[in-house]
Design a protein around this ligand. Structure first.
Ligand SMILES: Cc1cc2nc3c(=O)[nH]c(=O)nc-3n(C[C@H](O)[C@H](O)[C@H](O)COP(=O)(O)O)c2cc1C
Length: 404
C-alpha cells in the first residue's frame, strides 16, 4: 500500500495553487465548505498584509470525490489566485517576452531569492520567490483539512494557539484544552489569554511603524490519539521525527519541540518523565478521555504529559503537544542591504507586499501539517481501502487494548 502522500504546485501570483493527495480511503464525507473553513482561518490574524484583504481563498475539489464522499482515488484540489489577472502579463505560463523593467535583480535577505537564483541558474529572482512564498501553505492547509476530516471520524481533534509573539509569552498553565481552543479561536492573535493580546498588538503595531517585523512560537495540540502511532523500530517512522520534519518544512519555521521541549535541559529526570498509572474503572477512563484529551490506551495513562504524548517515537495515548518557532517576517519595509545580481552593487532589497506578523496563520498551517502526519501514521496502523474497513481495524485494536 502506498503511504498517504501529497504534492502541491503553483506560484504565488500564478493562475492557481494545485494539490493532489493520494491514499485517502473511500467513503469519507468531505465538502469544499469544510476545507474553506480552514482556508479562512489561515487568512486571519492581526499583522497580516494587504493580500489577505484582497483574496478570500476557496477550494474547488476537482477529483477524487463524488456527491460528498471520497472515492479512494487521488483527490485533486484547486485554489484560484484571485489577483492573477493583475499579474497575468508577468506570470502567464505561455511563451512570451518578459518586461525587463520588472525583473527582480535584488535578492531579499532572509528569503530563498539568492540561493535559489544561483542554484537554478536564474537571473530573475521572481522565478524563485514565486514558489518559495508561503502562499503555498494555502494548498497545504487544504490537504491538512482532508486529513483532519479523516481523523475526526476516530475522535482525534487538532487545534492550535500562539504562545509567544516577539518575546511576549502566554502562560496557559491552569487552562483546560477547551478554554485554550475557544479563546484562541476568538482571538486576533490566536492567544488563549485575552489580557496578553493587547500587549502583543502594540508590539506588532510599533514594529510596523518602524518598518520592522515580528516572529513567535505556536503550539499544536492533538487530542484523542490512540497509543501506538509511529514506530520505534525504524528511524524514519518515528512520530516525533516526522512531526518535526513536517513542521520545519513550513516557510519561516526555524525550530520544533515536543512536549516540554528544550526546557528538559533545565530539569532533573525525576521532574521530566511522566509516571505511568492504570485504571480499570470505565468511568475514570471516560473522564481521562473527556477532560484530559487522552486517546485509547487500554486504561494505562500518565500522571503528567511532559513528553507531549510521544515516547520512543510512538504516541503513548496522551495528547500530542508540539511547538514551532517562526522567525520574524523577512520582508522589511525598512529593507536590509543586498547586492544587485546584475551590477553587483549594494542596494536596499526590493519589497514585496508583506505581513508584519504571521504567527497566527502559521499556527493554522501547523495544524494542517500535524493532521497530515497523524493521518499518515494512523493509516499505516489501521489502513484499509474504505473508512468502514479502517473503523473495523480500529475497533479491533481498541478491543485488544481493553482486554490487555
Ligand atoms: C503563513 C505565513 C505567511 C508568511 N508571510 C510572509 C510575508 O508576507 N512576507 C515575507 O517576507 N515572508 C512571509 N513568510 C515567510 C517566508 O515565506 C519565508 O521566510 C521565506 O520563504 C524563506 O524561507 P525560510 O524562512 O524557511 O528560510 C510567511 C510564512 C508563513 C508560514
Amino acid at each position: 500500500m502506498k503511504r498517504l502522500d501529497y504534492l502541491t504546485a503553483g506560484e504565488s501570483h500564478g493562475p492557481q495553487l494545485t494539490a493532489i493527495i493520494r491514499g485517502v480511503p473511500a467513503g469519507l464525507y468531505l465538502s469544499a465548505d469544510y476545507i474553506n473553513r480552514d482556508l479562512a482561518r489561515r487568512q486571519q490574524g492581526y499583522g497580516r498584509g494587504a493580500r489577505m484583504k484582497i483574496e478570500k481563498d476557496t477550494v474547488q475539489i476537482v477529483g477524487g470525490v463524488r456527491k460528498g464522499y471520497t472515492l479512494g482515488s487521488p483527490i485533486a484540489l484547486v485554489i484560484t489566485n484571485q489577483d492573477y489577472q493583475v499579474w497575468r502579463e508577468q506570470m502567464d505560463p505561455e511563451p512570451g517576452q518578459l518586461d525587463d523593467q520588472r525583473v527582480v535583480t535584488r535578492p531579499r535577505p532572509g528569503h530563498a531569492d539568492l540561493p535559489g537564483v544561483l542554484k537554478f541558474g536564474q537571473r530573475d529572482a521572481r522565478n524563485i520567490l514565486e514558489r518559495a512564498s508561503a502562499r503555498e501553505t494555502a494548498a497545504r492547509v487544504a490537504v491538512g483539512s482532508i486529513c483532519r476530516r479523516l481523523l475526526e471520524e476516530f475522535g482525534i481533534s487538532i487545534f492550535s494557539h500562539v504562545v509567544n509573539i516577539g518575546g511576549i509569552r502566554v502562560n496557559t498553565k491552569g487552562l483546560d484544552f477547551e478554554t485554550i481552543r475557544t479563546c484562541a479561536e476568538n482571538s486576533d492573535l490566536r492567544v488563549a489569554r485575552p489580557e496578553v493580546e493587547s500587549q502583543m498588538k502594540e508590539l506588532i503595531r510599533k514594529a510596523k511603524e518602524n518598518g520592522d517585523t515580528v516572529g513567535g512560537v505556536y503550539e499544536v495540540i492533538a487530542t484523542g490519539v490512540p497509543v501506538g502511532l509511529g514506530n520505534t523500530m525504524n528511524w524514519d517512522e518515528k512520530l516525533d521525527a516526522r512531526l518535526a520534519y513536517g513542521l520545519m518544512s513550513c516557510q519561516a519555521i526555524k525550530g520544533v519541540s515536543v512536549g516540554m521541549g528544550f526546557d528538559v535541559a533545565d530539569n532533573l529526570g525525576s521532574s521530566v518523565h511522566d509516571p505511568i498509572a492504570f485504571t480499570d474503572d470505565p468511568a475514570e477512563r471516560e473522564r481521562l478521555v473527556r477532560e484530559r484529551g487522552r486517546g485509547p490506551s487500554g486504561g494505562f495513562f500518565h500522571l503528567s504529559n511532559n513528553a507531549g504524548g510521544i515516547e520512543g517515537g510512538m504516541s503513548n495515548g496522551e495528547p500530542i503537544i508540539v511547538r514551532a518557532v517562526m522567525k520574524p517576517i523577512a520582508t522589511l519595509m525598512r529593507p536590509l542591504q543586498s547586492v544587485d545580481l546584475k551590477t553587483k552593487d549594494s542596494f536596499e532589497a526590493v519589497r514585496e507586499r508583506s505581513d508584519v506578523c504571521a504567527v497566527p496563520a502559521a499556527a493554522v498551517v501547523g495544524e494542517a501539517i500535524v493532521a497530515f502526519v497523524l493521518a499518515q501514521a494512523f493509516l499505516e496502523k489501521f489502513g484499509g481501502d474504505s473508512v468502514a474497513e479502517i473503523k473495523a481495524n480500529y475497533c479491533n485494536y481498541i478491543e485488544y487494548l481493553d482486554a490487555y
